[in-house]
Every structure is written in C-alpha cells, then in structure tokens.
Design a protein around this ligand. Structure first.
Ligand SMILES: *[C@@H]1O[C@H](CO)[C@@H](O)[C@H](O)[C@H]1NC(C)=O
Ligand SMILES: *[C@@H]1O[C@H](CO)[C@@H](O)[C@H](O)[C@H]1NC(C)=O
Length: 293
C-alpha cells in the first residue's frame, strides 16, 4: 500500500513538476551534513516541496535495490544509521550527553534468511554537548515478518561512552531533587535559543524521544525530533527525578508530525528511563492553517 502512494507521488511530480526541476538524489543528505551542530531535522526546511517529492521518488528505486553496497548519502543507509543514533541515546544518553548521526561512511545491506534485513555500517557519531566525534561500526537488523518489531542494534562507540559528565549530572540532580517549586517550561523549537538553565531538559527530551524513535523505526522510516514542546517536573519518586514531556516527532518519509506524551525518569545512577509513552491522536489543524490541507 505504501508503495502505491509513492508511485502516485512520482506521477504527480512528472505531471506537475516544472521543466527546470533537476533531480538531485543526494540533496537531502548533503543538506544534513551541512548542519553539523544542529540536529538534522533542520535540513529539510531549506527544501522546496518539489525537491522532497523527488527524494521520495528516488526512494522507491532504492527500496527495490538496496542490497549489497549502499551509497552512504542515500536514504537506505541514512535511515539505518539514524536508528543507531537512537539506540546510543537510549543506552548512554543523559541531560549532558546526546548523540546524533554526523556522517555515514559506508554501508552494506543483506537479506538474512528468516530474520529480516541486516545493515552493516561505518558511521561517525557526534556528542552534541562536547562536540566530540567518533567513528563507529554498527549493525542494524530490521526484523522481517508481518508484525512490526523494533530493530536490533549493535554498536561500538567506546570513546563517546567515556565522556565524563558525572559532575554536571550530580549538580543538576541535587538542584532539582530538592527544588521546592517543580519545573514547568515551554521549550522553543530550535536549539540555540533556549535559556541555558533549560538546556539539560531539552537534551533529556531529545534522549527520551530516541526511545520512541528506536521503537517505531522500520526500514522505511526516518524520524527526527522536531520539537520539545514542553516539560513538567513531577514529584521525585524512589530517588528518580520524573518529568512529563510533550514532544513532536517528524517522520521524513511520510512528512508526518507526530505528537507524543512521555513520562521520563532520570538520576545520575539510574540513567534515563521512559516510564510511559503515548502517541496522541493526529490533529490536522495544529501545524498548518486549516485550508492548506
Ligand atoms: C514499542 O512499540 C510497540 C508497538 O509497535 C508497543 O507495543 C510497545 O509497547 C512499545 N514499547 C515500549 C517500550 O513502549
Ligand atoms: C504542551 O504542548 C502541547 C503542544 O503544543 C500542548 O498541546 C500542551 O497543552 C502543552 N502542555 C502543557 C502542560 O503546557
């Protein structure tokens, strides 16, 4: 069914596309690497809708052929590599440690009998806060079968894991553990315009949203966190700080903006845990004026 929609879009581009449109399949990923210090979701803002559609058309061809050596700049390798970013955040993320995919160096995909499709990748991952970058090897297995299951990831990024954030984490923990007035904040949509005091909570929201994106990712998705809409601190329980987050995710293939509510716990020793996640119903009038739909 997904394929039919893509084919329809392809026809639409051919029919309505202006004759000056040039197909540049690498446009999307080049833009991504042009913003090394912002999260890559800013990349597509610079693209016209026409270019987006062209990227999706490219997609269709690659879906059929994406076995063997992959073009590191094309969607199949980029999507698998993005899953590694989410995995690393779920394992090692904190309010002072947020990983993102910096670059894909090489990739290979193969069908694995009875279990799905396996991607082997060489990627560079960057820690947003220290800006340390490391080249890592990773393997992503997208399980096959009817039922949608989360990808399995193996990755070795030993240096990034060792970045020492203990002192900052402990200070933040002590400040908010004993905070008599619980934190409640609306965070802006672009990193860089956030009150410095609030940045750790933006980072925590980014890490928490990786739990959803890891769980929801398939071979045909490319998720980015679009926005941490707001965060509300809840009463501390079992020595864990707890927060309600409202987060917006952007799925680039379908161009959907998806709202999620998360309950997150964190402490320096307990790490980040997502206690509850709930996808909120689609709301078509929230993002755009009603008459553009
Ligand atoms: C992951 O997603 C599945 C559905 O796709 C859901 O049943 C499961 O509860 C999710 N896992 C977590 C940890 O929420
Ligand atoms: C958080 O933001 C969402 C989306 O903008 C909004 O619907 C929700 O009411 C906000 N929640 C709080 C507690 O401010």
């Amino acid at each position: 069914m997904g394929l039919r929609i893509v084919v329809f879009l392809a026809v639409l581009v051919v029919v309505t596309g202006s004759p000056t449109v040039t197909i540049r399949p690498e446009a999307a990923s080049e833009d991504t690497s042009a913003h090394p210090n912002s999260l890559p979701e800013t990349a597509e803002e610079t693209e016209t809708p026409g270019q987006q559609k062209v990227s999706i058309v490219e997609e269709l061809e690659e879906d059929v052929m994406a076995t063997g050596k992959l073009n590191p700049n094309h969607y199949p390798a980029q999507r698998a590599a993005k899953v590694v970013q989410h995995y690393l955040n779920t394992r090692y993320g904190s309010p002072y440690r947020v990983f993102f995919l910096h670059r894909v160096h090489s990739g290979n995909a193969e069908d694995v009998a009875d279990s799905g499709r396996k991607y082997q990748l060489e990627i560079s991952v960057q820690d947003l806060i220290s800006t340390n970058t490391e080249k890592c090897s990773a393997e992503v297995l997208f399980p096959g079968g009817e039922q949608q299951r989360s990808p399995h990831v193996q990755a070795s990024c030993e240096e990034l894991r060792k970045i020492d954030t203990k002192a900052q984490e402990e200070a933040l923990y002590q400040q908010y553990k004993t905070n008599p007035s619980l934190l409640a904040a609306h965070l802006p949509d672009s990193y860089g315009h956030i009150n410095p005091e609030m940045k750790p909570f933006w980072h925590l929201g980014a890490v928490a949203s990786s739990f959803i994106m890891l769980n929801e990712s398939t071979e045909n998705t490319l998720f980015n966190m679009a926005q941490v809409a707001n965060v509300t601190q809840l009463a501390t329980e079992n020595d864990q700080l707890r927060f309600d987050y409202h987060i917006l995710l952007h799925e680039m293939v379908s161009q959907d903006i998806i709202h999620w509510k998360l309950q997150v716990s964190w402490s320096p020793s307990g790490g980040v845990k997502v206690l509850q996640m709930e996808q909120l119903p689609h709301c078509h009038h929230c993002e755009k004026p009603p008459n553009t739909n």
